[in-house]
Design a protein around this ligand. Sequence first.
Ligand code: FES
Length: 112
Amino acid sequence: MTAQLACMVSDIAPGSALRVELEGETGPVPVAVARDSDGRFHALSDICSHGQVSLSDGEVEDGTIECWLHGSTFDLRSGAPLALPATRAVPVYPLTIDGERVLVDVDITLNF
Ligand code: FES
């Protein structure tokens, strides 16, 4: 599988995230495409490593995304948890910008 169209650049304002579902080798993969306050894009699993909730529903702030349920924050670049109760990283996927298109490859993880 190669990079797939996740969304358009204009779909995500700085400091926010969008849930998309892409096709992986073993089935659908929920992805949180997040844009940090500097405007940079990141792609990580949309499933919190502490529970089965959507990270894209949380706050994006200072290069992190916060899980809305228990408040763990995750580094957008590494997927690493920065605050309890989560102790495991979430997968981070390669993301490229092609003009207006945001492309993500869910068959490669950058941190596992
Ligand atoms: S479900 Fe995300 S921190 Fe608990």
